[in-house]
Unconditional design. Structure first.
Length: 484
């Protein structure tokens, strides 16, 4: 595949015509977060166009669901195609999302790996042993067309987390990326088109009305969404009218609790990047740190040193460790949270300001002396800002970690692993880590508690989430003989 050369399109303005990047007519501008300028555009498809898209997905489903061997072969070919196109996909992903090129390359590799993970035969029929003479078994059937609505922080990886298990289960997929990051997803769709039958995976691009209509479309049988809690609630309400299944992976406000035996310098690098990878735009990133009072100054200083030493720049520049915030709205949110915390008495041990350059750059920020009620602590900032709070007793720290409507992940850091594991077991979240954070294997379940999600992604649980049981009862053979 020839390398794509993104750049200014003739006639396209250097800045969007509206805060959403909408252009006159039926196109959406795509902005480079490293410059704040438009460099490409995509179709702004309208909600009424979905009827034909969903109809094609349903037609394709009738055949796709019947041949599991063909699905396995196609998904393996799709994984190979993604790997072969990595040199095109990764730079385009960085250009529209902002993350360093190495992180984009990892995301492309993860996308291919997920396709290959799910390229396995479907689960076989399962006999039901209940002591009755009737022979019963569970057979697993696909659901039909699936709507996958994906955010801008990991456009390819989260898309594959939705479409790979859905396709493996025999469903077809209509995928809508964020209007901030549609280009690499569109290119991914072109790459996959060579391996998948027509209509099996369709990508639609457009603004918010398109996503709302997709979630509510009566021809969709499963809606899988990753994004904010308010939007997740709206998606669930939209899907309710057609009684479609819903899987929601929503926000997080993960706490890292440091025990009093922790070796600060030993864990500081891991802890810092657990919070700041992808410019902090990770649902399961560390977003609050609770440090024992006697180590509090050491923790703040260790994290601040790393923040000040981090190389911030455009994702395509060599040496960049931290890219820009993805979009203007998110940058304003990060600025607002930080300003409010500073006004409430917090201290910026590092950063605390927008960088004076084009684009959406914000200095990696460590906040000390933050009031516990400050929104930067109680809400999800989703950016390069990390509050550090002291505690005197472990019970106090765990209570504070759990005192939130979020429940995605959490971690405990310390030298005594048994004690750390006992503390981790008290966290109210879907996943808890010890001495690391936000690391997931393809084989494990990923699910939040409280307001952080509904349903399960990942591993075999993600596959079964795209299937429904079909139970068949058959009388014993001798009973059939007696009727002849």
């Amino acid at each position: 595949m020839a390398a794509r050369q993104p750049g200014h399109i003739p006639g396209l303005p250097a800045a969007p015509c509206s805060p959403e990047g909408r252009l006159p007519g039926s196109a959406l501008a795509v902005l480079d977060p490293a410059t704040g300028e438009a460099f490409d555009e995509v179709a702004d498809q309208q909600p009424h166009e979905l009827d034909a898209v969903v109809a094609r997905a349903r037609t394709a489903w009738r055949h796709w669901r019947t041949d599991p061997d063909a699905r396995t072969t196609a998904l393996r070919a799709a994984a190979d195609a993604v790997e072969a196109a990595a040199a095109d996909l990764a730079p385009l992903l960085t250009r529209e999302q902002g993350k360093p090129l190495a992180e984009s390359q990892h995301e492309v590799a993860r996308t291919a790996a997920r396709l290959r993970y799910f390229a396995e035969p479907p689960p076989p029929p399962q006999p039901i042993e209940d002591g009755r003479p009737v022979r019963s078994e569970i057979r697993w059937r696909s659901l039909g067309p699936v709507a996958a609505i994906v955010p801008w922080n990991f456009p390819l990886q989260l898309a594959s987390a939705k479409f790979a298990p859905a396709l493996a289960a025999g469903n077809t997929v209509v995928l809508k990326p964020s209007p901030h990051t549609p280009l690499a997803t569109g290119l991914l769709g072109s790459v996959l088109a060579a391996a998948l039958p027509e209509g099996v995976l369709t990508i639609v691009t457009g603004g918010e009305p398109l996503g709302a209509r997709l979630a509510a479309h009566p021809g969709i049988r499963h809606v899988t969404f990753t994004g904010s809690i308010p939007t997740g609630r709206a998606v669930a309400r939209s899907a309710a009218d057609s009684l479609a299944r819903v899987t929601l992976e929503l926000g997080g406000n993960d706490a890292a609790v440091l025990l009093d035996d922790v070796e600060v310098e030993e864990i500081a690098d891991r802890l810092f990047w657990s919070a700041f990878r992808n410019c902090g735009q990770v649902c399961m990133a560390v977003k609050r740190v609770y440090a024992p009072a006697r180590l509090y100054s050491d923790v703040v200083e260790a994290l601040a040193q790393r923040a000040k030493a981090t190389v911030v720049g455009a994702g395509l520049d060599a040496g960049t460790q931290l890219g820009p915030v993805n979009n203007a709205s998110q940058l304003a949110r990060v600025e607002g949270f930080t300003s409010r915390a500073l006004a409430d008495g917090a201290r910026a041990a590092a950063g605390g300001r927008r960088l004076d350059r084009p684009g959406y750059f914000y200095a990696p920020t460590i906040l000390a002396d933050v009031p516990a009620h400050s929104p930067v602590v109680t809400e999800e900032q989703f950016g390069p800002v990390l509050p550090v709070l002291p505690y005197r007793a472990l019970d106090e720290a765990l209570d504070a970690a759990n005192d939130t409507g979020f429940g995605l992940g959490g971690s405990v850091w310390g030298t005594d692993l048994d004690r750390a594991e006992e503390a981790a077991g008290r966290l109210e979240c879907g996943t808890a880590w010890i001495n690391h954070h936000a690391e997931l294997s393809l084989a494990q379940p990923f699910a939040g508690t409280k307001d952080s999600g509904v349903g399960i992604a990942g591993g075999p649980w993600g596959l079964y989430g795209n299937l429904r049981p079909f139970v068949v009862h058959r009388p014993p053979e001798e009973r059939q003989e007696g009727r002849r």
